[in-house]
Write a protein that binds this ligand. Sequence first.
Ligand SMILES: Nc1ncnc2c1ncn2[C@@H]1O[C@H](COP(=O)(O)OP(=O)(O)OP(=O)(O)O)[C@@H](O)[C@H]1O
Length: 504
Amino acid sequence: MEEAAERKGSSSLPVLPWMRNPIDISTFDVCPLNLLPFLDPRLEEALQKMGIASLFPVQVAVWQETIGPGSFERDLCINSPTGSGKTLAYALPIVQMLSSRAVKCLRALVVLPTRDLAVQVKEVFAALAPAVGLSVGLAVGQSSIADEISELIKKPNVEGGICYDPEDFSQKLQGSVDILVATPGRLMDHVSNTKGFTLEHLSYLVVDETDRLLREAYQSWLPTVLQVAQCCNDNIFPFAGNYPSTFGSLKTIRRSGVERGFRGKSCPRLVKMVLSATLTQDPSKLSQLDLHHPLFLTTGEKRYQLPEQLKSFKVICESKLKPLYLVALLQSLQGDKCIVFTSSVESTHRLCTLLNFISDLKVEIKEYSRLQRQSIRSKTLKSFRAGKIRVLVSSDAMARGMDVEEVRNVINYDMPPYIKTYIHRAGRTARAGQSGRCFTLLHKDEVKRFKKLLHKADNNSCPLYPIPLQSVESLRSIYTSALEKLKESVESEMHRKRKVQLKN
Ligand SMILES: Nc1ncnc2c1ncn2[C@@H]1O[C@H](COP(=O)(O)OP(=O)(O)OP(=O)(O)O)[C@@H](O)[C@H]1O
């Protein structure tokens, strides 16, 4: 709906009342760890081991709203630029709040739209949680479902290795993680099919990249999670105080709310934190989250904000010379780590193949898109993180959330269709206060539309990045032969595909 409004040139969706008076994150300063109130010393040590000496403004703002008196009384909606540190902003308070838990069971669920992103977020939790005796699981389909189940569910401790009653067996299955990071599809597999997997003790739900996750239903994961959590509350509520022994220790703890500052209340609710660099303001989408007195935290007054240290440039060229301009631009970057975004998985593949035929580019170039198997994508990402691959040609699969050190440049080979797309693509650089550049290749007919698009993020400064015609001209003969090779490669790929189809 928001994209449709953007296409029509209007941005006039009604703003919800609670969004009109937000907490401004930009008024917060960074805070050294030793000055952060209530921070568990074990977590302080873990943060130091991660190389973190102080918290960023969004982390301080969220900490203030979640830790200490009145902790988590309201659900939080956080809109903060790419690379501003939103992951730690939710991970730290959740780990601190769960650090005093008495019984191991699944209390916090973090949902992300892609597998690589979930893996990345799990690593942040994994660097913190063990310091306070918590464990973190991953449900993304990276390993076989059986392996995943054995990670998430503790085997029953059956006396003498014999279990006579199957019902008894399933009752004894218990979760073995406190925090789960998941993608919606695999989460739903576990909710529906995994014995012993339960969300009934869930206290915290994080929906990261909210606008992306709300755009697609993903097997109705959100209503299901909310319903399951709600059902459990409803189930506990009527018996509150009546049958403590029959409910066992877990439900007693949850019911009396000793862990979350709900002492005296019969039934603690599921706390939600939703985040994005481009948080939706669409009331119909936000209503799906069933937020409780939501508190809106945003940076500055503008709806969309680019990282402060990001510089945007345009490169104007004729469409048929675009690949040549790209090569000349890559040459001018002299092997700096870089991501090149295209508009589709097919053009990602074609462009990457073409670039690899241009021998003048003496750097390792690989593609990253949903056209590839996950195992290949993960391997590529690993090499890119390690710096072996210097140029990654990618579809928008890489646009959101991915955090790769030392990416100083992003290139939009194809102009992004929406400001949100620009923000997420450009946001792969200029992270954590570092500087970065985003170049957009444009045909002269696209310039006006692009200017309008950037204006939505209040960015009126996008100078021309000069590519000397001479360096483009000098590439022509190499380009012609690379194009020939590309043609041959595409034909042989098609031939291979046809053969496979015939076999099947
Ligand atoms: N307090 C901190 N001190 C130093 N580095 C930090 C701190 N907090 C986060 N970082 C680093 O900043 C980078 C960006 O963090 P993160 O990925 O959480 O950003 P984000 O806001 O979620 O971005 P995006 O919107 O693109 O997902 C990461 O490399 C992270 O390790």
